[in-house]
Design a protein around this ligand. Structure first.
Ligand SMILES: Nc1ncnc2c1ncn2[C@@H]1O[C@H](COP(=O)(O)OP(=O)(O)O)[C@@H](O)[C@H]1O
Ligand SMILES: Cc1cn([C@H]2C[C@H](O)[C@@H](COP(=O)(O)O)O2)c(=O)[nH]c1=O
Ligand SMILES: [Zn+2]
Length: 196
């Protein structure tokens, strides 16, 4: 049976749950996160959104998609700060989860145990194709994992990799189109800046 976010929300979600939205850069993770959070607000649920303090690409506080859709959020220093959420919060959104520390899965478990619906978005892989930060552990404990794809800039196929265009081996390197492009498996493995 197809287990979509739609019928899932009418099921166990209000007893507390964890949803993960993952994929490459430009795959629509933030847009999907914003879509789910806006629907929760329409349903008159109390929503709070967190992101790591390090992510200041578009805005210091707001969560902003590549198409400039945005929602206001609370930047936090580490994952345990999320536990100081408002008492009335029913839905928690977390963006750029890959940048959080290894305690994030336990923090999400604690929130879900309190009856909160937790929706987490983040990169599943870094530029080198390795699992990124707490994402694998989050995917393991989630009720629902949604993997979204971008469009490969080389060939138009579904893209799951974030190809780094600049010379840096640092795991964390904030950036946009000047530094990264989404590629499919085949084009990513070409390891060639000028694909096609
Ligand atoms: N190569 C691409 N493939 C898909 N979307 C792209 C691409 N380049 C730009 N975009 C834009 O990026 C948007 C997704 O942005 P966003 O939700 O912020 O992605 P993510 O959070 O996964 O990086 C798309 O709706 C589209 O307008
Ligand atoms: C692949 C990769 C990405 N980053 C950075 C680049 C961006 O600032 C964010 C990802 O943002 P998005 O909302 O998913 O587009 O992460 C990084 O630091 N290291 C990497 O390997
Ligand atoms: Zn391709």
């Amino acid at each position: 049976m197809l287990f979509s976010e739609q019928n899932y929300r009418q099921g166990t979600a209000y007893r507390g749950s964890i949803e993960v939205i993952c994929g490459s850069m430009f795959s629509g993770k933030t847009e999907e996160l914003i879509r789910r959070l806006k629907r929760a607000e329409i349903a008159k649920l109390n929503v709070e959104i967190f992101k790591p303090k390090t992510d200041i690409r578009y805005d210091e506080t707001a969560v902003v998609s590549h198409d400039q859709n945005s929602v206001s959020s609370t930047p936090v220093e580490n994952s345990s700060a999320i536990l100081f959420l408002k008492a009335e919060t029913q839905v928690v959104g977390i963006d750029e989860a890959q940048f959080f520390d290894e305690d994030l899965p336990e923090v999400c478990n604690k929130l879900a145990a309190k009856g909160i619906r937790v929706i987490v978005a983040g990169l599943d892989m870094d530029f080198s194709g390795k699992p990124f930060g707490p994402m694998p552990a989050l995917m393991a404990i989630a009720e629902l994992v949604t993997k979204v794809n971008a469009v490969c800039v080389c060939c138009g196929s579904p893209a799951m990799y974030s190809f780094r265009k600049v010379a840096s081996e640092a795991k964390v390197l904030l950036g946009e189109k000047e530094s990264y492009e989404p590629r499919c498996r085949y084009c990513y493995n070409l390891k060639d800046k000028a694909c096609l």
